[in-house]
Design a protein around this ligand. Structure first.
Ligand SMILES: *Cc1c(COP(=O)(O)O)cnc(C)c1O
Length: 364
């Protein structure tokens, strides 16, 4: 495919990756047992800790984010223990499924899709039953809901034996997250969402408490065993061959991100969110997510106009060279998503919204 044929991605993952970042992957290869790799790993460690706001450590995994879902459960939930999942969207429900697939005893606080979880719901559940961990999705990419992680973390911290697990796959680097201050024991993420890297590498900030828990569990699995990852990390290394080209890309992207500044980056995402809301409401659409919990990185638009989303995507690809989302899971078509995440800026967003206006006019 030539560059001219490239459809720019306006998808909530994988997202469009800047040319400069794609190019960083083409550096000459290095071996992961060479000192050059240890230096790369150490540089990444420093920048990742800054961006997760943690003093502890950040594991780098040659997998997508789903692998770290499994790692968190295998290393954090004891055989006799139970895990509480806060569910209400495609991804939070799938994580609970991962826990079941690993033979864990799972309870869920299920909310209607589009609703957020509240600290009160979590307090009530933890008063009734002891849990090894509470699992929550920071930014539910299917519904466009951002959960109040800081407030839920404050509740979980009142229960010393309960760890706090956060999936921030589509939140990290697009909306505020402070791992240490918010009492998070694992914050896991993928590369292909607000990080704006190609897919294939995942990251997790992990606390000492979670490592202590892992020591008490015999069968933690192999590939995502955090104690093994920790042993290698101490030597600025990984247990098996890492995605080195993607790590070159992450190195370059983190430089750009830290130069932009975390607060500035969050604020850019908020501005794009506001512009997207304004567009959707003024065109007669609704916003699917509950007011007060609407995501800074992705807006799930309620398709109250009954727009033909497949025709919209075709139009956008043909006329603007942009590939669009058509909604996710059971709310596909009934909703569609406008992902204002990663390196999307006002210029790109304006172009997309202008294209959508042209489609709406042409479809009348
Ligand atoms: C995309 C996504 C996942 C799955 O991540 P992969 O990297 O595809 O495994 C998990 N959680 C959320 C919130 C997501 O948006």
């Amino acid at each position: 495919m030539s560059r001219a044929d490239h459809k720019r991605l306006f998808l909530p993952g994988p997202v469009e990756v800047r040319q400069e970042i794609l190019h960083a992957q083409t550096k000459p290869m290095i071996g992961h047992r060479m000192p050059e790799f240890a230096a790369l790993f150490a540089r990444l460690q420093d920048k990742l800790k800054q961006s997760f706001f943690t003093e502890s450590r950040v594991y780098i995994s040659g997998s997508s984010g789903s692998g770290l879902w499994e790692g968190a459960i295998r290393c954090g939930i004891r055989d006799e223990g139970r895990v509480l999942h806060l569910t209400g969207g495609a991804f939070s429900e799938r994580w609970a499924q991962v826990s079941r697939a690993n033979g864990k005893q799972v309870d869920c606080i299920q909310v209607d899709w589009g609703r957020a979880h509240t600290p009160d719901m979590v307090a009530e559940a933890l008063d009734k039953q002891a849990y090894d961990a509470v699992c929550v999705v920071h930014n539910e990419t299917s519904t466009g809901v951002t959960n109040p992680i800081e407030a839920i973390g404050a509740v979980v911290s009142r229960y010393p034996d309960t760890l706090f697990f956060v999936d921030t796959v589509s939140g990290f680097l697009g909306t505020e997250l402070r791992v240490d201050d918010w009492g998070i024991d694992i914050a896991l993420t993928s590369s292909q969402k607000a990080f704006a890297l190609p897919p294939g590498v995942a990251f997790a900030a992990v606390s000492d408490r979670l490592l202590d828990r892992a020591k008490s569990i015999e069968n933690r699995g192999y590939y995502f065993d955090f104690l093994t990852l920790e042993k290698s990390l101490q030597k600025n290394n990984t247990p098996s061959t890492p995605p080195i080209a993607l790590m070159f890309a992450a190195d370059a992207q983190l430089d750009a991100i830290l130069e932009e500044g975390m607060e500035a980056r969050w604020s850019r995402h908020r501005q794009m969110r506001d512009a997207t809301h304004k567009w959707a409401l003024s065109r007669g659409f609704g916003l699917y997510a509950q007011d007060g919990y609407r995501s800074d990185t992705v807006t799930t638009v309620a398709n109250t106009r009954g727009m033909d989303v497949a025709a919209m995507d075709e139009f956008m690809q043909r006329e603007c060279g942009i590939a669009m989302d058509k909604g996710y899971g059971v709310i596909k078509g009934q909703t569609f998503r406008l992902p204002h995440m990663g390196d999307v800026d006002m210029k790109m967003l304006t172009e997309v919204l202008g294209g959508l206006d042209a489609f709406l006019e042409s479809a009348q």
